[in-house]
Design a protein around this ligand. Structure first.
Ligand code: BES
Ligand code: MN
Ligand code: ZN
Length: 501
């Protein structure tokens, strides 16, 4: 897809399609008004006849509108002007893209960024339009012998902004939106691959490709090295699997920033989570190939960061591992000595993510990080708490919580803070080790966060539980690429990049 911005009037456009909004009830947006004028009332006559009410989701495709140079005009329902919010704006864009892609317009000039969305400016509207477009056009066809193809797919989209002054904003919005979407797409592709292809070694091979960029270095920690480092907790989880555990480290550092304390992103990379000896029920178990969604989002965010060439020192860790039952597998009751020296009693081998992450989080102490964020499909309880809309955020550090919540608000990639604290931590008490790896049913996401907090005392840290947001189930089953938009926004802010001006 190719995107550009323009500032012009609709009658001068010679394109396959012009996209213009119509509000409810039958109220023309300024562009639709202009088109109506040059066509001598053609559009308002259609609306009077009842062809389009302007409800959200409605579309009307017109051919050869009198005096209009473009071949088609696509009228898109936008609902009541006062009610137009962010979610509705994205839905309108989605509907527009689906219609254009299905009706053979290979290019279009889209005037929808001129709509009024509460408290949002041109930059936001163009960037969201780019991200929504690329998100909705994504398909995963790598493993199909005869993928169905669109005959005349949408190839070029021009966004029209109201004034020439906004062109630079629009261009920046496109650059950021495309970089984020590229990251999202990489994360989706990696996560959608099944576990018989995407195992920990494959994850590492993908991470290594990032080092083609001159400012990126790749290294990995294999099982032998983990042994030497005392990462017994991480090793225990992978012991039941025939696939080796591998932790990948991707370091992005533009010249001159070597001494800047890095931002470290640690992704849970369970390429398959069967539950191990505490095996999961079989219904829906295929979806546990997505248990590496955290690592996939680190991979995608590093892609976006490289494309944006932000002046930041960032280290991405992909904690690759597979949790399987076997004669070699770790068992309930086992006591593990973690890399930190703290001991853990395993009460459930299905609470494996925290066992892998705790050693990865101890490992990254060596970088003396500015901040560490771990991203993990960690608990089913997070889906119960926040559903599929919002990721869980846990951190003892208020300023970092605010930074992440702002990035969520700016990017539209939602997160919500859950508390941590000693009153929850008590649930992890064990008679046989420093802590148990599970804290019972109440507050399951929080006790998982508490568990990790014992391994992150040496730096500023936040935990994102993406169990509900990393993929969709049902008919539209597939990875979402979240939280790449959130993490990339966090990095844009860290780099001091201004958005709306
Ligand atoms: N990867 C799962 C969490 C998960 C489950 C994410 C379903 C998305 C959908 C994690 O490893 C796990 O199994 N967690 C257990 C923890 C429990 C044993 C304390 C869970 O949530 O049931
Ligand atoms: Mn599990
Ligand atoms: Zn898991």
């Amino acid at each position: 897809m190719e995107f550009s911005v323009k500032s012009g009037s609709p009658e001068k456009q010679r394109s396959a399609c012009i996209v213009a909004g119509v509000y409810e009830p039958r109220r023309l947006s300024p562009v639709a008004e202009q088109l109506d004028k040059i066509s001598e009332g053609y559009i308002s006559a259609l609306l009077r006849r009842g062809d389009l009410e302007g409800k959200p989701g409605q579309v009307l495709l017109l051919h050869h509108v009198p005096n209009v140079l473009s071949e088609r005009v696509l009228l898109v329902g936008c609902g009541k002007e006062r009610d137009l919010d962010e979610r509705q704006y994205r839905q309108i864009i989605e509907k527009t893209i689906a219609t254009l892609n299905d009706t053979g317009s290979m290019e279009a000039v889209c005037f929808l960024p001129e709509l009024h969305v509460k408290a949002r400016g041109t930059y936001w509207k163009v960037r969201q339009a780019v991200e929504t477009t690329l998100d909705s056009l994504y398909t995963f066809n790598q493993l199909k012998s005869n993928p169905s193809e669109v005959r005349r797919p949408l190839r070029r989209l021009v966004f029209n902004v109201s004034t020439r002054r906004e062109l630079a904003l629009g261009e920046k919005a496109i650059a950021h939106g495309v970089a984020i979407s590229t990251g999202v797409q990489y994360a989706k592709d990696l996560a959608n691959l099944p576990a018989n292809i995407c195992n920990p070694v494959y994850l590492a091979e993908q991470a290594e490709t990032l080092a083609e960029h001159p400012h990126v270095k790749f290294s990995k920690v294999d099982e032998a090295q983990m042994q030497q480092l005392g990462m017994n907790s991480y090793l225990a989880v992978g012991r039941g699997s025939a696939n080796e555990s591998v932790m990948s480290v991707v370091e992005y550092c533009p010249p001159g920033l070597e001494s800047q304390p890095p931002i470290v992103l640690v992704g849970k990379g369970l390429t398959f989570d069967s539950g191990g000896i505490s095996i999961k029920p079989s219904a829906g178990m295929d979806e546990m190939k997505y248990d590496m969604g955290g690592a996939a989002s680190v991979f995608g965010t590093m892609q976006a960061l490289i494309q944006l060439e932000l002046p930041l020192h960032v280290i991405g860790v992909l904690a690759g591992c597979e949790n399987m039952p076997s004669g070699h597998a770790y068992r309930p009751g086992d006591v593990l000595t973690t890399m930190s020296g703290q001991t853990v009693e395993v009460l459930n081998t299905d609470a494996e993510g925290r066992l892998v992450l705790c050693d990865a989080l101890t490992y990254v102490e060596r970088y003396e990080p500015d901040v560490v964020i771990d991203i993990a499909t960690l608990t089913g309880a997070c889906i119960i708490a926040l559903g599929h809309q919002t990721s869980g955020l846990m951190t003892p550090h208020n300023p970092l919580a605010h930074e992440i919540l702002s990035a969520a608000e700016q990017s539209g990639d939602k997160t919500w803070r859950l508390p941590l604290g000693d009153e929850y931590d008590e649930q992890l008490q064990s008679n046989f080790a420093d802590f148990a790896n599970v804290g019972g049913r109440p507050a399951g996401s929080i006790t998982a966060g508490c568990f990790l907090s014992h391994f992150t005392k040496k730096y500023t840290w936040a935990h994102l539980d993406i169990a509900g947001t990393a993929w969709q189930s049902g008919r539209a089953k597939g990875a979402t690429g979240r939280p790449v938009p959130l993490l990339t926004q966090f990095l844009l802010n860290k780099a001091g990049i201004e958005l709306e001006d």
